[in-house]
Design a protein around this ligand. Structure first.
Ligand SMILES: O=P(O)(O)OC[C@H]1O[C@H](O[C@H]2O[C@H](CO)[C@@H](O)[C@H](O)[C@H]2O)[C@H](O)[C@@H](O)[C@@H]1O
Length: 247
């Protein structure tokens, strides 16, 4: 184990880079939260830090996001070795490899239509489509949060747990139940270059708690913003300090 940084006093230890696998959340962890999903900015320096990290840990770098894999590709290109999207529903284990989708039902089309109409009634609210579901965003109109949640709960209520409302940051996501970021961590850790390493999962949101728990179960570490790092800037600085002088 190595301690976290020479410049800051963190209260945790992580495995050394030759033993660690990094499984990192995207929004609110690697990048700062932005007003809308599209307006996120990948900070200068982050791509180089991640490339060095991937090289230093034998390619064992994955992004585990609630976003679709296409969106992670849009922001990070070929930087991560593996990507899990939609909170673990979709997993691509290696660069250029196939995307494996969990066999889960898609959200009924009628809900999309109702969601479009609902969001139109709250100027500033946004509807984000995903391959298997959708998200109701209310960051620009916080007073819409309760009404949007009520609608989301009413859709999933009669489905016997087949669908669920995922709590997110200023957003409610409607998606199939049964797969979470812990599942993604377990799947990724089963194959090279991750297998045999100790997972280090870092996230910032409710959905990341499953990833943290899975990493701990597998002998690794689960870290959270703001408990372990005050914010994404501090987390990025810590990552950069891990790979300083490498690559
Ligand atoms: O698992 P993550 O990589 O953290 O993704 C979680 C969700 O992130 C996005 O929404 C959140 O970030 C937006 C940009 O900062 C912000 O505007 C929004 O309020 C947040 O909820 C993304 O849009 C979702 O699809 C992800 O599930």
């Amino acid at each position: 184990m190595i301690s976290s940084s020479s410049s800051q006093d963190f209260r945790f230890q992580v495995p050394s880079l030759d033993q660690a696998a990094f499984l990192l959340d995207f929004d609110g962890t690697l990048v700062d939260i932005a007003p809308t999903p599209d307006s996120v900015v990948v900070p200068e320096g982050l791509p180089e830090t991640l490339r060095r990290l991937r090289a230093a840990c034998g390619d064992a770098l994955a992004i585990v996001s609630g976003r679709s894999i296409d969106q992670i590709d849009h922001f990070l290109g070929d930087i991560p070795f593996a990507v899990a999207g939609e909170h673990g529903i979709a997993v691509r284990h290696r660069p250029g490899g196939p995307v494996e989708r969990a066999a889960l039902p898609q959200v009924p089309q009628s809900w999309f239509a109702e969601a479009r109409e609902l969001v139109a009634g709250w100027p500033g609210a946004r509807l984000e489509h995903k391959p298997g579901g959708f998200v109701l965003h209310y960051r620009a109109v916080p007073e819409a949060g309760a009404a949007l949640r009520q609608a989301a709960e009413s859709w999933v209520k009669g489905t016997n747990g087949t669908f669920e409302v995922q709590t997110a940051k200023m957003a409610w996501e409607i998606r199939a139940a049964g797969v979470d970021k812990g599942y993604a961590v377990s799947m990724l850790m089963k194959s090279a270059p991750f297998t045999g390493r100790k997972p280090v999962f870092v996230g910032d949101d409710v959905t990341d708690e499953d990833g943290m728990a899975a990493a701990k179960r597998l002998g690794g570490v689960g870290l959270r913003i703001p408990t372990d790092f005050p914010n994404p800037t501090a987390f990025r600085a810590w990552l950069a300090s891990l790979v300083e002088g490498k690559g």
